[in-house]
Design a binder for this molecule. Structure first.
Ligand SMILES: [Ca+2]
Length: 348
């Protein structure tokens, strides 16, 4: 009988695993967002991907004001019929500068001027950073933070309770660039909107993946993918089609064949990290700089020269090692990601 015990036990465990709901094995995420057109696509990708278990949506000001963003988030979770997910408002402005909103790119309401029906969902009463802190402590080492807006809420969480840092599984953020910006020559918008917050998040000491502007620019949703979305229907499908069409038309005005999927790609990396190549680097956020405030400055080589003062000059005496603090996405399998996005939205 003894010889049968192990295989029987294995079979029982296997059957239990197979019978468990898909969500038991999925990755718990908190999506921190400034919705936002590409935020809308990111949110709907997250809500319709079985690999992810969206535990909360926290709203940060950025593309739109905090109040508009919260209203947008509530309408979208209602459209997706997911009032079970807490939606919480957080910071009202960046840590140390005035807010810069982007209706110019996202439409007057931030959602491509599409009027969604009023939400059936109610706002969670927590302050977003408090909700993040509470959820991380409730599920230690299990929560992945996916910030796709300015990093104000995440920085406030760390400032308020640094003990969450080793308890967060990982951070996968959309922001930054190691080859030029979109706000200006140097800075990407999410980081530029709150450089002090971004520096806190990059230096916190948790596993961090940066899904930046330059890799997002390689994921263009073109007319071909738009046509795929237009061929199927459903409340979410039709909403995302209209958002994507708005963005594709906007891109055409700037001579681009498609719209970059910045925020959705961060969610894509949370779903499947094999979509990107992301070497480890040390990244600092420039918080001063005459031309470079808000730039993510990445050390590709892992060292700096060690200069030692001798009399009236410095002499290079060797190299000092620099430890990486981020995986920086540099390549992406764009077609595989875009097909994943379309497949998850179609018919929803
Ligand atoms: Ca965003």
């Amino acid at each position: 009988m003894r010889s049968l015990q192990a295989p029987v036990l294995f079979l029982i465990i296997l059957l239990n695993v197979l019978a468990a709901p898909a969500s038991a094995a999925s990755k718990k995420i908190i999506l921190d967002t400034d919705p936002g057109t590409d935020d809308a696509m990111a949110m709907m990708l997250a809500l319709h991907s079985p690999e992810l278990d969206v535990r909360a949506i926290t709203v940060v000001p950025g593309n739109v004001t905090a109040a508009q963003g919260l209203d947008n988030a509530l309408r979208m979770v209602s459209l997706a019929n997911r009032c079970d997910i807490p939606v919480a408002g957080g910071a009202q402005h960046p840590l140390r500068q005035k807010l810069i909103t982007a209706e110019f790119w996202h439409g007057q309401n931030g959602l491509a001027n599409i009027q969604l029906p009023p939400s059936n969902c109610t706002v969670d009463a927590h302050f977003a950073p408090d909700l993040i802190i509470q959820m991380v402590h409730a599920s230690p080492h299990e929560i992945t933070l996916v910030p796709v807006g300015p990093l104000t809420n995440i920085a406030l969480s760390v400032l308020k309770d640094p003990s969450i840092v080793p308890l967060v599984k990982e951070v996968i953020l959309m922001g930054g660039s190691i080859s030029g910006g979109n706000v200006n020559a140097a800075a990407e918008a999410n980081i530029y909107n709150d450089p002090e917050a971004a520096q806190i998040v990059f230096q916190a000491g948790w596993p961090l993946t940066m899904v930046g502007l330059d890799v997002g620019d390689k994921t263009l949703l073109t007319q071909q993918y738009l046509d795929q979305l237009g061929g199927t229907h459903g409340p979410v499908n039709d909403f995302i089609y209209r958002v994507a069409k708005y963005l594709v038309d906007l891109s055409a005005r700037f001579n681009s064949p498609g719209t970059p999927m910045y925020d959705p790609l961060a969610v894509g990396v949370a779903i499947d990290s094999s979509l990107v190549k992301a070497p480890a680097m040390h990244v600092n956020v420039e918080t001063k700089g005459e031309f470079t405030r808000g730039e993510t400055v990445a050390n590709r080589h892992g060292y700096v020269e060690r200069n030692v003062l001798h009399g009236d000059r410095y002499i290079i005496e060797g190299l000092g090692r620099v430890e990486p603090n981020a995986k920086v996405c540099v390549e992406v399998d764009a077609n595989r990601f875009l097909q994943l996005f379309v497949a998850r939205i179609q018919g929803k």
